[in-house]
Design a protein around this ligand. Structure first.
Ligand SMILES: NC(=O)c1ccc[n+]([C@@H]2O[C@H](COP(=O)([O-])OP(=O)(O)OC[C@H]3O[C@@H](n4cnc5c(N)ncnc54)[C@H](O)[C@@H]3O)[C@@H](O)[C@H]2O)c1
Length: 247
Protein backbone atom coordinates (compact mmCIF):
# COMPACT_ATOMS: atom_id res chain seq x y z
CA UNK A 1 0.00 0.00 0.00
CA UNK A 2 2.73 2.44 -1.02
CA UNK A 3 0.17 5.05 -2.11
CA UNK A 4 -2.23 4.73 0.78
CA UNK A 5 -4.14 7.98 1.38
CA UNK A 6 -3.04 9.55 -1.93
CA UNK A 7 -5.29 10.90 -4.66
CA UNK A 8 -4.05 10.48 -8.23
CA UNK A 9 -5.08 11.54 -11.73
CA UNK A 10 -4.03 9.34 -14.64
CA UNK A 11 -4.88 10.46 -18.17
CA UNK A 12 -5.15 8.05 -21.09
CA UNK A 13 -6.22 5.41 -18.58
CA UNK A 14 -8.47 3.28 -20.83
CA UNK A 15 -5.58 1.53 -22.53
CA UNK A 16 -1.93 0.57 -22.42
CA UNK A 17 0.42 2.36 -20.04
CA UNK A 18 -2.25 4.57 -18.46
CA UNK A 19 -4.52 1.61 -17.79
CA UNK A 20 -1.71 -0.32 -16.09
CA UNK A 21 -0.74 2.74 -14.02
CA UNK A 22 -4.30 3.47 -12.87
CA UNK A 23 -4.70 -0.17 -11.79
CA UNK A 24 -1.34 -0.35 -10.03
CA UNK A 25 -1.85 2.99 -8.25
CA UNK A 26 -5.28 1.81 -7.06
CA UNK A 27 -3.85 -1.52 -5.94
CA UNK A 28 -1.19 0.42 -4.01
CA UNK A 29 -3.93 2.21 -2.08
CA UNK A 30 -4.50 5.43 -4.05
CA UNK A 31 -7.87 6.83 -5.03
CA UNK A 32 -7.53 7.33 -8.77
CA UNK A 33 -9.35 9.49 -11.30
CA UNK A 34 -8.99 7.67 -14.62
CA UNK A 35 -9.37 10.00 -17.59
CA UNK A 36 -9.80 9.13 -21.26
CA UNK A 37 -11.68 10.10 -24.39
CA UNK A 38 -15.44 9.47 -24.57
CA UNK A 39 -16.21 6.13 -26.17
CA UNK A 40 -13.01 4.41 -25.04
CA UNK A 41 -14.90 2.15 -22.64
CA UNK A 42 -13.19 3.43 -19.50
CA UNK A 43 -15.99 1.98 -17.36
CA UNK A 44 -15.51 -1.59 -18.40
CA UNK A 45 -11.73 -1.61 -18.26
CA UNK A 46 -11.74 -0.35 -14.70
CA UNK A 47 -15.00 -1.94 -13.50
CA UNK A 48 -13.33 -4.12 -10.89
CA UNK A 49 -11.81 -1.20 -9.02
CA UNK A 50 -13.92 0.50 -6.35
CA UNK A 51 -11.28 3.17 -5.77
CA UNK A 52 -11.11 4.30 -9.40
CA UNK A 53 -13.48 7.01 -10.60
CA UNK A 54 -13.85 7.87 -14.25
CA UNK A 55 -13.95 10.98 -16.40
CA UNK A 56 -14.55 10.89 -20.13
CA UNK A 57 -13.01 13.97 -21.72
CA UNK A 58 -10.57 15.00 -24.44
CA UNK A 59 -7.59 16.36 -22.48
CA UNK A 60 -7.00 18.95 -25.20
CA UNK A 61 -10.55 20.35 -25.14
CA UNK A 62 -11.11 23.93 -23.99
CA UNK A 63 -11.44 23.96 -20.20
CA UNK A 64 -10.58 20.24 -19.85
CA UNK A 65 -7.68 20.77 -17.45
CA UNK A 66 -9.87 22.63 -14.95
CA UNK A 67 -12.62 19.98 -15.24
CA UNK A 68 -10.13 17.15 -14.64
CA UNK A 69 -8.60 18.73 -11.54
CA UNK A 70 -12.03 19.69 -10.23
CA UNK A 71 -13.26 16.10 -10.64
CA UNK A 72 -10.16 14.74 -8.90
CA UNK A 73 -10.36 17.09 -5.95
CA UNK A 74 -14.10 17.47 -5.44
CA UNK A 75 -14.62 14.66 -2.94
CA UNK A 76 -11.56 15.15 -0.73
CA UNK A 77 -10.12 18.55 -1.72
CA UNK A 78 -6.84 16.74 -2.16
CA UNK A 79 -4.54 15.82 -5.03
CA UNK A 80 -1.12 14.20 -4.68
CA UNK A 81 -0.17 12.59 -7.99
CA UNK A 82 -0.69 13.84 -11.54
CA UNK A 83 0.25 11.48 -14.32
CA UNK A 84 -0.02 12.98 -17.79
CA UNK A 85 0.03 9.91 -19.97
CA UNK A 86 -2.60 10.49 -22.66
CA UNK A 87 -0.86 10.86 -25.96
CA UNK A 88 -1.17 10.39 -29.69
CA UNK A 89 1.23 9.42 -32.41
CA UNK A 90 1.47 11.23 -35.72
CA UNK A 91 3.54 10.46 -38.74
CA UNK A 92 4.24 12.73 -41.70
CA UNK A 93 7.40 14.05 -43.30
CA UNK A 94 7.98 17.64 -42.21
CA UNK A 95 7.57 18.83 -45.77
CA UNK A 96 4.13 17.25 -45.94
CA UNK A 97 2.95 17.81 -42.36
CA UNK A 98 -0.37 19.63 -42.23
CA UNK A 99 -0.84 22.42 -39.76
CA UNK A 100 -3.80 20.52 -38.37
CA UNK A 101 -1.75 17.42 -37.51
CA UNK A 102 1.06 19.52 -36.04
CA UNK A 103 -1.37 21.51 -33.88
CA UNK A 104 -3.31 18.44 -32.70
CA UNK A 105 -0.13 16.54 -31.75
CA UNK A 106 1.23 19.46 -29.75
CA UNK A 107 -2.19 20.16 -28.16
CA UNK A 108 -2.67 16.59 -26.88
CA UNK A 109 0.93 15.65 -26.06
CA UNK A 110 2.32 18.93 -24.69
CA UNK A 111 -0.19 21.74 -24.11
CA UNK A 112 -2.70 19.52 -22.28
CA UNK A 113 -0.06 18.21 -19.82
CA UNK A 114 1.08 21.78 -19.19
CA UNK A 115 -2.46 23.01 -18.49
CA UNK A 116 -3.27 20.02 -16.28
CA UNK A 117 -0.09 20.57 -14.25
CA UNK A 118 -0.89 24.27 -13.98
CA UNK A 119 -4.36 23.54 -12.57
CA UNK A 120 -2.95 20.89 -10.24
CA UNK A 121 -0.13 22.97 -8.75
CA UNK A 122 -2.15 24.64 -5.94
CA UNK A 123 -3.25 21.19 -4.72
CA UNK A 124 0.17 19.56 -5.16
CA UNK A 125 1.74 22.32 -3.07
CA UNK A 126 -0.61 21.38 -0.22
CA UNK A 127 0.19 17.67 -0.53
CA UNK A 128 2.65 15.99 1.81
CA UNK A 129 4.26 14.40 -1.26
CA UNK A 130 3.17 16.06 -4.49
CA UNK A 131 4.17 14.20 -7.63
CA UNK A 132 4.08 15.02 -11.33
CA UNK A 133 4.83 12.15 -13.70
CA UNK A 134 4.68 13.04 -17.37
CA UNK A 135 5.01 10.46 -20.10
CA UNK A 136 7.45 11.48 -22.81
CA UNK A 137 9.14 8.92 -25.07
CA UNK A 138 12.60 7.78 -26.11
CA UNK A 139 11.68 9.99 -29.08
CA UNK A 140 12.26 12.97 -26.78
CA UNK A 141 15.95 12.18 -27.32
CA UNK A 142 16.04 10.27 -30.61
CA UNK A 143 13.97 10.57 -33.74
CA UNK A 144 12.94 8.91 -36.98
CA UNK A 145 11.46 9.89 -40.31
CA UNK A 146 8.00 11.43 -39.99
CA UNK A 147 8.22 12.20 -36.29
CA UNK A 148 8.77 15.97 -36.25
CA UNK A 149 5.54 16.78 -34.42
CA UNK A 150 5.71 13.77 -32.10
CA UNK A 151 9.39 14.38 -31.23
CA UNK A 152 8.84 18.08 -30.73
CA UNK A 153 5.94 17.35 -28.37
CA UNK A 154 7.88 14.78 -26.35
CA UNK A 155 11.06 16.89 -26.15
CA UNK A 156 8.72 19.64 -24.97
CA UNK A 157 7.38 17.36 -22.24
CA UNK A 158 10.96 16.81 -21.05
CA UNK A 159 11.71 20.54 -20.90
CA UNK A 160 8.37 21.33 -19.28
CA UNK A 161 8.91 18.69 -16.60
CA UNK A 162 12.45 19.78 -15.74
CA UNK A 163 11.21 23.35 -15.32
CA UNK A 164 8.31 22.24 -13.12
CA UNK A 165 10.79 20.30 -10.99
CA UNK A 166 12.85 23.43 -10.48
CA UNK A 167 9.89 25.68 -9.73
CA UNK A 168 8.07 23.26 -7.40
CA UNK A 169 10.96 21.70 -5.50
CA UNK A 170 10.68 24.14 -2.63
CA UNK A 171 7.12 22.90 -2.07
CA UNK A 172 8.31 19.30 -1.84
CA UNK A 173 6.68 18.51 -5.20
CA UNK A 174 8.71 16.30 -7.53
CA UNK A 175 8.31 16.31 -11.31
CA UNK A 176 9.75 13.56 -13.46
CA UNK A 177 9.13 12.10 -16.90
CA UNK A 178 9.19 8.60 -18.27
CA UNK A 179 10.78 7.74 -21.60
CA UNK A 180 9.10 4.51 -22.73
CA UNK A 181 10.80 2.49 -25.44
CA UNK A 182 8.86 0.08 -27.65
CA UNK A 183 5.87 -0.93 -25.54
CA UNK A 184 3.04 -3.27 -26.53
CA UNK A 185 -0.06 -1.04 -26.20
CA UNK A 186 -3.03 0.21 -28.19
CA UNK A 187 -0.70 2.63 -29.94
CA UNK A 188 1.67 0.00 -31.29
CA UNK A 189 -0.39 -3.21 -31.40
CA UNK A 190 -2.16 -2.66 -34.75
CA UNK A 191 1.12 -2.15 -36.62
CA UNK A 192 2.96 -4.90 -34.78
CA UNK A 193 0.17 -7.41 -35.35
CA UNK A 194 0.10 -6.56 -39.04
CA UNK A 195 3.90 -6.51 -39.27
CA UNK A 196 5.41 -8.88 -36.67
CA UNK A 197 8.79 -8.36 -38.34
CA UNK A 198 8.74 -4.72 -37.18
CA UNK A 199 7.92 -5.76 -33.60
CA UNK A 200 10.81 -8.20 -33.83
CA UNK A 201 13.22 -5.48 -34.96
CA UNK A 202 12.26 -3.31 -31.97
CA UNK A 203 12.59 -6.24 -29.57
CA UNK A 204 16.05 -7.13 -30.88
CA UNK A 205 17.24 -3.51 -30.73
CA UNK A 206 16.83 -3.43 -26.95
CA UNK A 207 19.52 -4.81 -24.66
CA UNK A 208 16.93 -6.98 -22.93
CA UNK A 209 15.80 -8.26 -26.32
CA UNK A 210 12.08 -7.98 -25.73
CA UNK A 211 9.24 -5.53 -26.18
CA UNK A 212 8.07 -3.58 -23.16
CA UNK A 213 4.74 -4.23 -21.47
CA UNK A 214 2.51 -1.56 -19.87
CA UNK A 215 3.30 -3.07 -16.48
CA UNK A 216 7.00 -2.21 -16.96
CA UNK A 217 6.02 1.46 -17.09
CA UNK A 218 3.53 1.16 -14.24
CA UNK A 219 6.22 -0.18 -11.92
CA UNK A 220 8.51 2.74 -12.77
CA UNK A 221 5.64 5.20 -12.28
CA UNK A 222 4.82 3.66 -8.90
CA UNK A 223 8.43 4.17 -7.82
CA UNK A 224 8.27 7.85 -8.77
CA UNK A 225 4.82 8.30 -7.22
CA UNK A 226 5.67 6.65 -3.90
CA UNK A 227 7.94 7.68 -1.04
CA UNK A 228 10.68 5.60 -2.69
CA UNK A 229 11.03 8.36 -5.28
CA UNK A 230 10.99 11.22 -2.78
CA UNK A 231 14.46 12.58 -3.67
CA UNK A 232 14.22 12.08 -7.44
CA UNK A 233 13.15 15.14 -9.36
CA UNK A 234 13.70 16.69 -12.78
CA UNK A 235 14.70 13.25 -14.00
CA UNK A 236 13.88 11.52 -17.28
CA UNK A 237 13.67 7.79 -16.64
CA UNK A 238 14.19 5.56 -19.65
CA UNK A 239 11.99 2.49 -19.39
CA UNK A 240 13.09 0.94 -22.64
CA UNK A 241 14.99 -2.26 -21.90
CA UNK A 242 18.19 -0.55 -23.04
CA UNK A 243 16.83 0.43 -26.44
CA UNK A 244 18.79 3.70 -26.52
CA UNK A 245 22.15 2.35 -25.38
CA UNK A 246 23.66 1.88 -28.82
CA UNK A 247 24.72 4.92 -30.83
N1 LIG B 1 3.60 2.37 -26.81
C1 LIG B 1 4.82 2.84 -26.98
O1 LIG B 1 5.70 2.16 -27.54
C2 LIG B 1 5.17 4.23 -26.49
C3 LIG B 1 6.50 4.64 -26.61
C4 LIG B 1 6.85 5.90 -26.16
C5 LIG B 1 5.90 6.72 -25.56
N2 LIG B 1 4.61 6.29 -25.45
C6 LIG B 1 3.67 7.21 -24.83
O2 LIG B 1 2.95 6.54 -23.83
C7 LIG B 1 1.71 7.21 -23.61
C8 LIG B 1 0.59 6.19 -23.51
O3 LIG B 1 0.40 5.57 -24.76
P1 LIG B 1 0.18 4.00 -24.93
O4 LIG B 1 1.35 3.48 -25.65
O5 LIG B 1 -0.24 3.39 -23.65
O6 LIG B 1 -1.00 4.03 -26.01
P2 LIG B 1 -2.55 3.64 -25.93
O7 LIG B 1 -3.10 4.05 -27.23
O8 LIG B 1 -2.70 2.23 -25.49
O9 LIG B 1 -3.09 4.57 -24.77
C9 LIG B 1 -3.20 5.95 -24.93
C10 LIG B 1 -4.52 6.39 -24.32
O10 LIG B 1 -4.56 7.82 -24.39
C11 LIG B 1 -5.89 8.16 -24.76
N3 LIG B 1 -5.90 9.46 -25.39
C12 LIG B 1 -5.37 9.82 -26.58
N4 LIG B 1 -5.67 11.09 -26.88
C13 LIG B 1 -6.42 11.54 -25.83
C14 LIG B 1 -7.05 12.78 -25.57
N5 LIG B 1 -6.97 13.79 -26.43
N6 LIG B 1 -7.75 12.91 -24.42
C15 LIG B 1 -7.85 11.88 -23.54
N7 LIG B 1 -7.29 10.68 -23.75
C16 LIG B 1 -6.58 10.52 -24.89
C17 LIG B 1 -6.31 7.08 -25.74
O11 LIG B 1 -7.71 7.02 -25.91
C18 LIG B 1 -5.72 5.84 -25.11
O12 LIG B 1 -6.62 5.19 -24.24
C19 LIG B 1 1.56 8.20 -24.76
O13 LIG B 1 1.85 9.50 -24.28
C20 LIG B 1 2.59 7.74 -25.76
O14 LIG B 1 3.06 8.80 -26.56
C21 LIG B 1 4.23 5.07 -25.91
Amino acid sequence: MRLSGRVAVVTGAASGIGHACAQLFANAGARVLAVDLPGRNLGSVHKMQGTISLLEIDVSAEGAAAKIIEAATKSHGQLDIVMNNAGMASNALAEEMTREVWDRTLAVNLTAPFLICQQAIPFLKKSRAGRIINVASVMADGTDYGLSAYCASKAGVAGLTRTLALELGKFNVTANYLLPGAIRTGMTRPLWEARPDIADIWAKKSALRRLGEPQDLARAALFLASDDGAFVTGHGLNVDGGLMLRV
